[in-house]
Design a protein around this ligand. Structure first.
Ligand SMILES: [Fe+2]
Length: 435
């Protein structure tokens, strides 16, 4: 049986099935594990999360004695219609995952240490950028990749991500146009690490995929800078040159000592597409490894959210919205998991907020476009549809924040598509700071 408890009620011996909220807000790489040490327990209790989901059957202690919010306690009242056109009234069964309880919403939870981690992340980015520049310089001279040095740098990026993923990922997105190539490698390392952890992969796999991100574009040493940075349309010969970089990079890495298989794979396959229209192998669907499918997403996401010589950056929300619409390019299930890993979602996605509201992602905001506008329209505590109001979600702010994607099926909204269109088309009440 799965039960939901508050972090402060966790005990050694409990089996964690899931954390309620974004990966960013809890300090563990894995989602499923048994709490075995006092240190794990301390980190869980201090975590910036609303709740834990415990698997009572796999726990070594009776979960019932830990003030469990059991199904009966979370049975919720019948939804209320706020206005014509709202969702209908109907009774609901008891559910194992209920809406946040009022006392949970009152707990102050912030983005403590975000500014401090930004300072540390800046140093890690700079050191890693220098390492990547050195690697490219050595590769131009035909020298092997210093895998040990690059793995150490990738681990430093991983450590920053573990402390506060949004700090480093937001910083590395802001590149000057002339430093794109090196910082793109740092960014893909960070995104791959974060994504791999979100998928619950083993620690060694996470490290290998992070290193793979750092090395994936080394074959670009075989392409002239004038071609890589050309603002206009590429000629056929230039296109062939650009498209040679996965094979060139793979050959270089294969000749370097200690390069993990995931890095060889990502280097060779990060421009493949799930419909078989990519390069160099035109591999499709299940023929593409997990590393290749993850890499394709991270590579494109960073490319479109970075300033390039020939275009300005898209905001994270715009990028995910566009990528969602490119049928056949990415593994759609993994693309959703990637969005979850960032806590940023395409326009129109139903999300739950730390205010206890449901909302639709409506766009991006802020100078750098990293803030997200969520149009809140439903109070989970009272099950009441409310007048739509825009909440601005900023990574550096305490409240409000997105705790995760939600399901219209769970809430039993009738004719959800029509309701979604109506809410998105509603005139805004104006950006509002949540209470
Ligand atoms: Fe590439």
């Amino acid at each position: 049986m799965l039960v939901r408890i508050r972090p402060e009620d966790a005990q050694i011996g409990m089996f964690i099935h899931a954390f309620d909220g974004s990966w960013f807000d809890h300090p563990f790489w894995r989602r499923h594990f048994r709490v075995e040490t006092a240190e794990q327990l301390r980190r869980i209790r201090l975590a910036d999360i609303d709740a834990l989901v415990i698997d009572a059957d796999r726990s070594l202690v009776p979960v019932g004695e830990a003030r469990v919010a059991d199904a009966a306690a979370r049975e919720v009242p019948t939804p209320v219609r706020a206005k014509p056109g709202g969702h209908g009234s109907r009774s609901r069964p008891a559910v194992p995952f209920g809406p946040p309880q009022p006392e949970e919403r009152d707990v102050p939870r912030g983005r403590r240490g975000y500014a401090a981690e930004c300072r540390r992340a800046r140093r890690a980015i700079e050191r890693t950028r220098e390492g990547v520049a050195d690697m490219f310089a050595a590769a131009r001279l035909g020298r092997a990749v210093d895998t040990r040095r690059m793995a150490k740098l990738a681990r430093a990026i991983g450590a920053s991500i573990e402390r506060d993923a949004k700090a480093l990922i937001n910083l590395v997105r802001l590149k000057e146009k002339d430093e794109y190539t090196y910082l793109h490698s740092v960014a893909v390392c960070a995104l791959m690490t974060n994504f791999a952890r979100h998928l619950g992969l083993e620690e060694q796999e996470v490290e290998d995929l992070g290193l793979a991100g750092l090395l994936h574009d080394v074959g670009k040493v075989a392409v002239a800078d004038a071609v890589l940075n050309k603002p206009g349309r590429l000629s056929q010969a230039e296109m062939r040159s650009v498209r040679s970089h996965p094979v060139a990079g793979h050959a270089l890495l294969a000749a370097s000592p200690g390069v993990p298989e995931a890095a060889l794979e990502l280097c060779l396959r990060h421009h493949e597409k799930v419909d078989g229209s990519g390069y160099p192998g035109r591999l499709a669907g299940v023929a593409l490894s997990l590393a290749a499918r993850m890499g394709a997403i991270c590579d494109v996401y960073d490319a479109v959210t970075s300033n390039r010589p020939y275009k300005d950056a898209w905001s994270p929300c715009e990028a995910l919205t566009a990528m969602h619409g490119w049928a056949g390019h990415f593994d759609p299930v993994l693309l959703d998991r990637f969005a979850d890993s960032l806590g940023i979602f395409p326009v129109g996605t139903l999300v739950r907020l730390s205010t206890g509201e449901l909302g639709l992602v409506a766009g991006s905001a802020g100078e750098t476009g990293e803030d997200v506008v969520v149009r809140a329209f439903f109070d989970c505590a009272t099950l009441t549809e409310t007048e739509p109001v825009d909440r601005v979600i900023a990574p550096s702010a305490e409240h409000p924040r997105i705790t995760g994607r939600d399901s219209p099926t769970f809430w039993r909204f009738p004719d959800w598509e029509a309701m979604r269109v109506r809410i998105l088309a509603a005139s805004e009440a104006g950006p509002a700071a949540a209470a």
